[in-house]
Design a protein around this ligand. Sequence first.
Ligand code: MG
Length: 493
Amino acid sequence: MLYFKNSTILKILDYYKDLWSLSYLSGLASWDLETYMPKMAANFRGEALARVSTIRQKKFLDKEFVSLINKADKEKDLNDYEKGVVRIMLQSLKLYQKVPSKFLEEFEILTNKATVVWADAKLKNDFNSFKPYLEKIFQKNKELADLLGYEESPYDALLDLYEEELTSKDVTKFFDVALPPLKTLLNKIVTSPNYKPTHFLESKKYDKNKMIALNEKVLKDLWSGYGREGNFRLDVSSHPFTISFNSQDTRITTWYNETDFARSLMATVHEFGHGLYDMQYDDKLNMTPIAGGSGLVIHESQSRFWENHIGRSKEFIKKYIKDIRSLVNKNDLSVDDVYSYLNLVKPSLLRIEADEVTYHMHIALRFEIEKGLIEGKLKVNDIQEIWNTKMKDYLGITPKTDKEGVLQDIHWAHGSVGYFPTYSMGTFLGSQWEEKISSEGIGNNRYQEVEKWLKNKIHRYGSTYTLKDLLRKNKMKFDPSVNIKYLENKYTY
Ligand code: MG
């Protein structure tokens, strides 16, 4: 099949290669910034990245290019790939045309500074020093929403940046359905006579070299292209992430804390899930705007599918139990020991350490606060208290420090508002993929078959479809009850 044949689309794709090159090299500079760059290089790197982004914007807004996009938008008989190109180009055009470059530049400077102030405030447990920056960040995000436009809530304009077409109504509806059964389940778990709130492996030290070897072994089993000779690599960063430049160059990172080995292992499996999406799109999509996945709900559904449904399974633990015994230097460690550790449910203060049941309460809390701030119903001055009250309501615990409370996440300092809901919705969607795959008789220990399935149903299209269209194509609908049922069956106690 010919992917691209319309002459206007072909012209767009030809011009787009210059824009792609700039994104490619900026991406590489960002990856370096997070992994190997010496600390002092940050200032000039920031300057270079900001200038490249301005050059890209100017180049994007070239009159001839813009008229090509508008022309393509009116073309009839485009195939799905071509329609995908137009959709993604119109999205960028909307952002570039409605948001002045001066605004983007100011936003960039503000969030760069805010990130440094946030890190220091977190270290010192001092919310007050971060407060003025947070106020500005929310004010700027409100301005951004006004520039972009919205129908009901300014928060909708921001959500749309992370998952096209997602609205606060959708998110509210999702939490209304998802939270009550999760609360009931949590209550059932923590009041069970069999419930143990701690696990000895949480504080057990591990051998870092053995952890590195285990992460590599797992990745080799999951993906034949792993390593120097392949198309995929693993590095270390202060927070795990995935970045992909083309279908032949995808990079993930993990971290090593030397205790609580699940954090390293599950991060590796999680990021692999993101990376796989970017390694399995059709080669013909390389250098086009629809290469790789763009929607964050779909992306997170991939990482959470691998993390929760494969990485936390007994089959997975069985496969690596000998390595895990050696890793924590405990020869009598059983598969059940590791299973109960990887699937321990308990109310905790930190989102990134939260389990499959309580995680979504952390997200609901952030969603309510963000939405309230953007809609002007809450004030930054009050959110420390609101945070603590909501933690008590949702999870029955209160943070003693801001580090474990309102200062814990980097997202707001980065300027990202409207990002959090995609984590929960993606996790829920991950369970729907699991249900579909197992209903077709594919066991979750048959990695290559699982990968082939994901490629055929999701990955190969890159960003050709929106979330809704992709689900429609797979004869599915977003359905929170699937994850609820999965959790209720898993945590019987
Ligand atoms: Mg993720």
